[in-house]
Design a protein around this ligand. Structure first.
Ligand code: CP
Length: 306
């Protein structure tokens, strides 16, 4: 039973619970009209202390497509946080009005902190600094499950900013729970994956390189990421690293015919536009799966299934 639970990181749910969310998402995809009124009378609070396109719009679309309604802000400057209200007071106040809340914040651990101020309103982490982005992971897992047929037995290349990319941290922890998943971490040495993520993996389940072209032929899934400008202390350092990887048609020549190219988006330069025409590029399908899986998550946490 997921009713009433918070969702702060992928490990908050066991594999059966995750699978139940994916199965519900599949049912919604097959028959969206059956779910038009499921959240009628329910209110989602959408609290974005940091910019977003996909996460905010997909959650808000999800709630509206389920017949629910939304309150919230996409700029804390328009809330009483701008007058000095504490985060805890903001969350307690939102809890007086809403049935469920999503929170994106630039500071690591903020969604977890919010759960200390609330007892009976599920809180969903919509991205906390460079830490975790668990609903992007639900999106990514549903995409892999539905386009590759299974979450097991894959070689997954993660490429780009693996240091600050919270979507990478979440998906690696999540995919590591499935059998026979091997990771190839592809990054410049300044942006390698944090040690605390590697500590959870067996030594034989991953390798590291800075050379995408030398490993691309091995991959079943290539997960590209943007260099996270907003997390850099030095603009000079960002400018130096931002175009380290640019995936284009030529580099894809050595890749498997059935490899899929994923990206949590937004992209900057790391995937050339010409790649969008390649049938292996699934990042916009991935963004759409994000809405369906968030519909399923909202239904589950509000206990409205069936
Ligand atoms: N993938 C993702 O989190 O995108 P947004 O920052 O646009 O929400």
């Amino acid at each position: 039973m997921l009713k009433g639970k918070h969702f702060i990181e992928p490990h908050d749910f066991d594999l059966n619970e995750l699978d139940s969310i994916f199965r519900l998402a599949d049912k919604i995809i097959a028959n969206p009209n059956d779910y038009l009124d499921v959240c009628k009378g329910k209110l989602l609070a959408s609290l974005f202390f940091e910019p977003s396109t996909r996460t905010r719009f997909s959650f808000e679309s999800a709630m509206l497509r389920l017949g629910g309604q939304i309150i919230g802000f996409d700029d804390p400057g328009n809330s009483s946080a701008a007058k000095g209200e504490s985060f805890g007071d903001t969350i307690q106040t939102v809890g007086c009005y809403a049935d469920i809340a999503i929170i994106r914040h630039p500071k690591e651990g903020t969604a977890k902190l919010a759960t200390k101020y609330i007892e009976d309103m599920p809180i969903i982490n919509a991205g906390d600094g460079g830490h975790q982005h668990p609903t992007q992971t639900l999106t990514d897992l549903l995409t892999i499950r539905n386009l590759k047929g299974s979450l097991s037995n894959h070689v997954v290349g993660l490429c780009g900013d693996l240091k600050f990319g919270r979507t990478v941290h979440s998906i690696v922890k999540a995919l590591n729970r499935y059998s026979n998943v091997k990771f190839i971490f592809i990054s410049p040495e300044e942006l390698t994956i944090p040690q605390y993520i590697k500590d959870e993996l067996s030594a034989t389940s991953y390798t590291e390189t800075s050379d995408l072209e030398s490993v691309i032929s091995q991959l079943d899934i290539l997960y590209m990421t943007r260099v996270q400008r907003e997390r850099f202390v030095s603009e000079f350092e960002y400018q130096r690293l931002k175009d380290y990887y640019i995936l284009n048609k030529e580099k894809l020549q050595k890749a498997k015919k059935d490899m899929i190219i994923m990206h949590p988006l937004p992209r900057v330069n790391e995937i050339a536009k010409e790649v969008d025409q390649d049938k292996r590029a699934v990042y916009f399908k991935q963004a759409k799966f994000g809405m369906y899986v968030r519909m399923a998550l909202i239904i589950k946490l509000l206990g409205l299934e069936g």
